[in-house]
Structures are given as structure tokens and as C-alpha cells.
Write a protein that binds this ligand. Structure first.
Ligand code: ADP
Ligand code: MG
Length: 257
């Protein structure tokens, strides 16, 4: 099962990615979580202890590795380098596992909506494609922004694009934009998850205003989420209400796939 999680900045993509990763890991499944944020924070949301976090480094920042694999230094524009470097060993080599969740940090991925063709984007694009072809039981991609990371060639392997929204028109507007981009590349398996829902009115708002995307479930607003961050513990452990909501969302999703 390959899940990509997208949505406007700050809506709770990383929180949901961490929750779902732990839900599936606790079911005994083999989970690979991928942090594609230029400022990685999925390790924190998963409650990875400091010694493990210190072992994580975003692939995008591994200049020597990128040069070794592509044949050119990152930052080089023009010149020759391979567009499909070897990447199959990277997930095992650079990921770190905690409580059944294997985590890989990609770092800043500019896959060239800007048209950038450079060694680091060739490397990350190849790695992204490779991850979607691997046979991990569960792959969870914390996408940071839109669906730019996904290309037409990989779309068939994404079982669900989950768009996280808050009960605001603005975040629903972003969901509509993501939906358009997804349709442009042929990705139609889209679901919404509402986050930071404080009351019935907000739940009703999301249920009635979904822009033609089925709603998988709602996560309540809970001050415990920030508290967990402060304490360095996983939301999954610290906020039972969110854990339960995530378990329900995982169940709904499996029913619909
Ligand atoms: N259900 C929630 N209740 C309260 N705060 C939340 C909730 N979900 C996320 N947050 C807070 O919102 C902020 C953004 O969450 P995050 O998961 O990092 O979003 P994203 O990855 O979409 O940028 C964080 O400070 C987080 O603690
Ligand atoms: Mg995030």
C-alpha cells in the first residue's frame, strides 16, 4: 500500500503521516515512512529518540553520494551526469528504524516544476520512483506540498493521495488545486482527511464543503499535539484521541481501496 500525504503548509500532513505509520507498524506491518520536507520533522512526530535522529541525514544534502552516483557535483548546471543513478541500496543504507517504522529523509526535492535538470534532482527523482516500485508493505510519503514529486510514470503505484485539510475555505482551496494537479497526471484516487476539528460546526463544514473528494475521517484539534512536540514524544502515544481517529481512518481507507 502506497500512500502519499499532501495539503497546504501547516494543516497536519506530518502529524497524520506519523500517526498512520505507527498504526500500520503496530499492526505488525513493514512500514517505510519518507520525509520529503526540506526541513524534515517526521522523526520528531514519530517520537524518534535523539540518538536515532542524529543518524538521519537528508539524501538531498549528501553531496558526495550524489556526485558518486550521478557523476556530477550537486549545483552543477549543464554538463553530463546520469539521469538514472543507482539508488536501490539507499533506503536500507540511510533509513533508521524505531518501533517498526523505517524512516528515510529525502530533504529538499526540487523535481523541477521549475524545469531544473541537475544531479540532485535526477538522484531524488530516481529514488522517488524506486520507492514507489519497491514492495514495502506500507509506504507513507509525507509530501510537504503538492504532488510535484509524483510523475506520470509513478502515478499507477500510488494507492491513495490523502489531502489533509483544516476546517477553513483556504485549505479546501488548496485541496482543489492539488486535485487539479493530480488529475493532470492521471491520479484519481484521492481522499480528504479533516484535521484540527474543534466542534460539530467545523465537522459539518468539512462534511458539506468537500470539493468532490470523499472524506476519510476527521482528527480532532487537541493541545496535546503541541505538548507532544515539546516533550519529544509521539502524538500517537501522547494523544489517545488522535491515535483512535487515525486507526479509524486507516480502517476506512482499507475498506475503500
Ligand atoms: N489535531 C491537531 N490539534 C492541534 N494541533 C495540531 C493538530 N495537528 C497538527 N497540529 C499542529 O499544527 C502544526 C502543523 O502540523 P504539521 O503536522 O507539522 O503540519 P504540516 O506537515 O502539514 O506542515 C504543528 O504545530 C502541530 O503541532
Ligand atoms: Mg510537514
Amino acid at each position: 500500500m502506497k500512500l502519499a500525504i499532501s495539503g497546504k503548509g501547516g494543516v497536519g500532513k506530518t502529524t497524520l503521516a506519523a500517526l498512520l505509520a505507527q498504526v500500520y507498524a503496530d499492526q505488525g506491518r513493514d512500514v517505510l515512512a519518507v520525509d520529503a520536507d526540506p526541513a524534515p520533522c517526521l522523526a520528531g512526530a514519530l517520537g524518534f529518540p535523539d540518538d536515532l535522529r542524529a543518524q538521519l541525514h537528508p539524501i538531498s544534502e549528501m553531496d558526495e553520494l550524489i556526485e558518486e552516483r550521478t557523476g556530477a557535483k550537486p549545483g552543477t548546471v549543464g554538463g553530463f551526469f546520469t539521469l538514472n543513478p543507482r539508488v536501490d541500496d539507499l533506503p536500507e543504507r540511510f533509513s533508521v528504524t524505531h518501533r517498526g517504522v523505517r524512516l528515510l529523509e529525502m530533504g529538499a526535492v526540487d523535481l523541477g516544476g521549475s524545469g531544473c535538470i541537475c544531479p540532485e534532482s535526477a538522484m531524488l527523482k530516481t529514488l522517488f520512483t524506486h520507492l514507489l516500485f519497491r514492495d514495502d508493505e506500507v509506504l507513507i510519503l509525507d509530501m510537504y506540498a503538492g504532488v510535484e514529486h509524483l510523475g506520470r510514470a509513478t502515478v499507477d503505484f500510488v494507492d491513495a493521495l490523502i489531502i489533509v485539510v483544516e476546517p477553513t475555505r483556504r485549505s479546501l482551496g488548496t485541496a482543489v488545486q492539488i486535485k487539479k494537479l493530480a488529475h493532470d497526471i492521471g491520479l484519481t484516487r484521492l481522499w480528504l482527511v479533516g484535521n484540527k476539528v474543534r466542534n460539530e460546526d467545523e465537522a459539518d463544514f468539512l462534511q458539506s464543503e468537500t470539493p468532490g473528494i470523499p472524506l476519510l475521517g476527521l482528527l480532532p484539534a487537541d493541545l496535546g499535539v503541541q505538548e507532544a512536540d515539546r516533550l519529544g514524544t509521539a502524538v500517537y502515544d501522547h494523544v489517545p484521541a488522535l491515535r483512535q481517529a487515525a486507526e479509524e481512518i486507516a480502517k476506512q481507507l482499507e475498506g475503500q481501496l
